[in-house]
Structures are given as structure tokens and as C-alpha cells.
Design a protein around this ligand. Structure first.
Ligand SMILES: *[C@@H]1O[C@H](CO)[C@@H](O)[C@H](O)[C@H]1NC(C)=O
Ligand SMILES: *[C@@H]1O[C@H](CO)[C@@H](O)[C@H](O)[C@H]1NC(C)=O
Ligand SMILES: *[C@@H]1O[C@H](CO)[C@@H](O)[C@H](O)[C@H]1NC(C)=O
Ligand SMILES: *[C@@H]1O[C@H](CO)[C@@H](O)[C@H](O)[C@H]1NC(C)=O
Ligand SMILES: *[C@@H]1O[C@H](CO)[C@@H](O)[C@H](O)[C@H]1NC(C)=O
Ligand SMILES: *[C@@H]1O[C@H](CO)[C@@H](O)[C@H](O)[C@H]1NC(C)=O
Length: 380
């Protein structure tokens, strides 16, 4: 009697564990849904593949870049880090090296003289494990072995994506239990709020409106888009001024300085802005909107800086998804056809101790890295 009671309890708890969880669809996508939002993910690079929100007419629009074919992400030679998590150190590391406790580490230089998104074995080229799934959340995990990218110590990371009404939440946690190492990640999200369906548009991003009320400083950068160390105040009306008022992303496109503004023949933006330290907690730090679709996206983050890239390097040969565009038209994404918005810390802060960012970018035994952001969607 007693024995069967225990057995019954064991079965009951096993059954409780086996509550139905969302399964990936035939393409391997996991779908999360809440009022006004549907988001889909794949384990490769912990990637958001589709993000559906309603436009001002109640039509569902898929407002992020990506591919229909989920098997293409790992083999894509262009690999633009579509809505993925680059790591363990996102963006550039100057001269492919850094020093911790008098030891200098050398990395693979994969972006001219510098290292971009941590070089080989970077997190956005890896299959993450699926750790937990509910109807509104998914958690991916990654074990990054010591020296996998030339950096010391293993790193254990996870990202939890969740949806709430009209909102996408992202939380990234990481630890480095064995050695001090650089950690700095982001969600590298590419938006096109018209989902390439604006009939009057040439599909560029320049007519989207952008506002970053607390971004009054920008890192000066060299011809390889690497910060020089100078953090400049942005005067009202200057090409990088998105703080004094909301502006069209292309507001400065007729100025000569727009043409080579982001290094090596790159026009538009590929820069790093710093937020005011005294901004209100939980403030909206960036708002992107489009008059045509009427969709508006508000970013909140615990990060102190942001990288903005207006897709200069799109070669016009990549197609957008079947969930986007208009019937009867080609699907090519032009140069300047999107914007990547990447909340993170100061680019290459590990090589600029004078910025005082080392305790936000170097993590060792006992330390906890925590990144969080949310996007709230509405209409204008
Ligand atoms: C998807 O991409 C993979 C990898 O490139 C390719 O082998 C496969 O044929 C593609 N499938 C379709 C339907 O295009
Ligand atoms: C690094 O080198 C300096 C100068 O030689 C020395 O004063 C310091 O103690 C060293 N720091 C560590 C952590 O080894
Ligand atoms: C990331 O790692 C992959 C696989 O090792 C490599 O092919 C790719 O070039 C790396 N990407 C970057 C930006 O370094
Ligand atoms: C780290 O990896 C690089 C490249 O594979 C190798 O040259 C180096 O010896 C490794 N360092 C350590 C400490 O294992
Ligand atoms: C850009 O927006 C303005 C309204 O602000 C509109 O008149 C114009 O047609 C738009 N251009 C494109 C190419 O969508
Ligand atoms: C595309 O439209 C934008 C916004 O109206 C404009 O600034 C840009 O010059 C246009 N580009 C081309 C190639 O027509």
C-alpha cells in the first residue's frame, strides 16, 4: 500500500513535469504569442526570425529582417547577425587585443585591423540549447569554452525572450566562473517598420522617424568605425543629433558629411551613442516609428549606450521574407533598407580604461553580467 502510494506520487510529479510546452514548427521555429504580438525564434544564434505586430489599420506586419528558410541562417555567407546575440564581446575590439591583469590576449582580426563580434566561434555562429519553453517565453543557453575566441575562461550564458501584451522582453545573463574576461552582448535587431510594403517607398529606412532623447554624446570613430577614445557632445542639428527632437533618419542625407560618416565609404550611421547617466530609470531611450505603417517601437534598457547601423552594406541582392513586401513585386532589400538597433555598453571600452567602463565589461569569478531590454509596440 505504502509502496504504491509512493509510486503514484512519483508518476503524478512526472506527469506534472510533462505539461505540454510549445514545440518548434516544421521549420524549427518556436512561436510565442501575447495580445498584439507574435514572435518566432530558432536556436541558431538565439535568433528572432519573425516579429508580428499590428499596423495603424490593424494589419499584422512582420517588422524584422530575416530569412524564410531557417536552414539558411547557419550557411549564409553574408551573416549580418540578423536579430541574434553576438558575443562574448559584441562589436569591435581595437587591434584585436586587450589586457587584463598585465596579460595581453590576442584575437583573430576579422574586420580590417580589428576584431568584430569576437571573431571565430562567436556566439552568433553557434547553436544554442533550448532550456525552457512556455507559451510566452523561451530560454536559450550557451556554454562558451575557455579560449574559444582567444579570450580567457569559460562563459556560461543564457537569453530569455518573453512576450507580454504589445511587448517583447529580452534578458541575457552570463558568468565567467574561472577567469576575468570581457563580456558585452546585445540583441542585434534589424527593423523595417513598413515590412517592405510601402508602395511609395524605395524601401530605404530614411523616412523612418527616430528619437533618442538621452543620447547627447557619441563616440568619435576612425575609418574602421573604431572609437578613437573621444566622446563628443552632439550639438543641436548636427548629423548625429537624434536627441533634441524626433527626426527622419535621413534628415541629414543631403549633407556632404553623410556620405562617409561611418568609415570606409559607409554612408549614414554605424555609430555608438552614450546615454545620459542621470536619465530616469526605465526611461524610453529610443523610439523608432514610421508614418506609413503607423508602427511605433519604444526601447527601454539597462544598458548605457547603443549602436545604430543603417544597413549601408546591404548589397541589394538579399531578399526579404514572404511575410513581407507586396504581391507582384520583387523582394530585394536595397542599400539602406533597414536599421539595426543594438543596446550595449561603450564599444571597445575594454581598451579605454579612461572611460571607467571596465567594471561593466570585465567579469570574473563571482560576478554576474545582466543585460535587459524591452521593446513596446504601438501606433502613432
Ligand atoms: C534552405 O537552405 C538550405 C541551406 O542553404 C538549403 O540546403 C535548402 O535547399 C534550402 N531550402 C529551400 C526550400 O530553399
Ligand atoms: C601589473 O604590472 C604593474 C607594473 O609592473 C604592477 O604594479 C601591478 O601590480 C601588476 N598587476 C597585476 C594584477 O599583476
Ligand atoms: C564567427 O565565427 C564563425 C565560425 O567560427 C566564423 O566563420 C566567422 O567568421 C566569425 N564571424 C566573425 C564576424 O568573426
Ligand atoms: C588559445 O587558442 C589559440 C588558437 O587556437 C592558441 O594558439 C593558443 O595557444 C590558445 N591558448 C591557450 C592558453 O590555450
Ligand atoms: C516620407 O514621409 C512623408 C511624410 O512625412 C511623405 O509625404 C513621403 O511620401 C514619404 N516618402 C516616402 C518615400 O515614403
Ligand atoms: C528614397 O526615399 C528616401 C525617403 O524619401 C529619400 O531620402 C532617398 O533619397 C530615396 N532614395 C532613392 C534612391 O530614391
Amino acid at each position: 500500500m505504502k509502496y504504491s502510494h509512493i509510486l503514484f506520487a512519483g508518476l503524478a510529479s512526472a506527469a506534472a513535469v510533462k505539461k505540454p510546452v510549445p514545440k518548434p514548427d516544421a521549420d524549427g521555429k518556436y512561436t510565442l504569442e501575447a495580445e498584439g504580438i507574435k514572435a518566432q525564434f530558432i536556436p541558431y544564434a538565439a535568433t528572432l526570425t519573425n516579429l508580428f505586430v499590428q499596423d495603424k489599420n490593424g494589419i499584422e506586419r512582420d517588422i524584422v529582417l530575416g530569412y524564410d528558410n531557417t536552414s539558411f541562417y547557419p550557411v549564409d555567407p553574408g551573416h549580418p547577425v540578423y536579430n541574434a546575440i553576438p558575443g562574448r564581446y559584441a562589436n569591435r575590439i581595437g587591434n584585436g587585443q586587450f589586457t587584463i591583469d598585465n596579460v595581453t590576449y590576442h584575437l583573430v582580426k576579422n574586420d580590417g585591423p580589428n576584431t568584430l563580434h569576437s571573431g571565430p566561434n562567436n556566439w552568433s555562429y553557434r547553436f544554442w540549447s533550448v532550456q525552457d519553453v512556455t507559451k510566452t517565453s523561451i530560454t536559450f543557453g550557451l556554454h562558451d569554452p575557455a579560449n574559444s575566441t582567444g579570450m580567457p575562461g569559460r562563459v556560461e550564458a543564457k537569453v530569455k525572450y518573453s512576450v507580454a501584451p504589445y511587448r517583447w522582453n529580452i534578458e541575457i545573463d552570463a558568468t565567467s566562473p574561472e577567469a576575468k574576461t570581457p563580456i558585452q552582448v546585445t540583441q542585434h535587431t534589424y527593423f523595417q517598420l513598413d515590412a517592405f510594403a510601402n508602395p511609395n517607398n524605395n524601401r530605404t529606412i530614411w523616412n523612418h522617424t527616430f528619437h533618442m532623447p538621452y543620447a547627447k554624446r557619441v563616440m568619435e570613430a576612425d575609418k574602421n568605425a573604431l572609437p578613437t577614445g573621444v566622446i563628443a557632445k552632439i550639438p543641436k542639428g548636427a548629423i548625429d543629433d537624434f536627441w533634441s527632437s524626433p527626426k527622419k533618419l535621413g534628415f541629414a542625407s543631403d549633407r556632404p558629411e553623410f556620405e562617409d560618416h561611418c568609415g570606409g565609404g559607409c554612408h549614414g550611421y554605424n555609430g555608438n551613442w552614450a546615454f545620459d547617466a542621470d536619465r530616469p530609470k526605465n526611461a524610453v531611450v529610443a523610439t523608432l516609428s514610421s508614418e506609413w505603417s503607423g508602427i511605433k517601437a519604444d526601447l527601454r534598457t539597462n544598458q548605457d549606450a547603443i549602436v545604430i547601423y543603417t544597413c549601408n552594406w546591404n548589397d541589394g541582392k538579399t531578399e526579404f521574407k514572404s511575410t513581407q513586401g507586396m504581391k507582384g513585386q520583387d523582394k530585394f532589400i536595397p542599400r539602406d533598407g533597414c536599421i539595426a538597433i543594438e543596446a550595449q555598453d561603450y564599444v571597445d571600452g575594454i581598451n579605454h580604461p579612461e572611460w571607467g567602463r571596465l567594471d561593466k565589461q570585465i567579469f570574473g569569478p563571482g560576478d554576474k553580467y545582466h543585460w535587459e531590454s524591452s521593446w513596446t509596440f504601438g501606433t502613432i
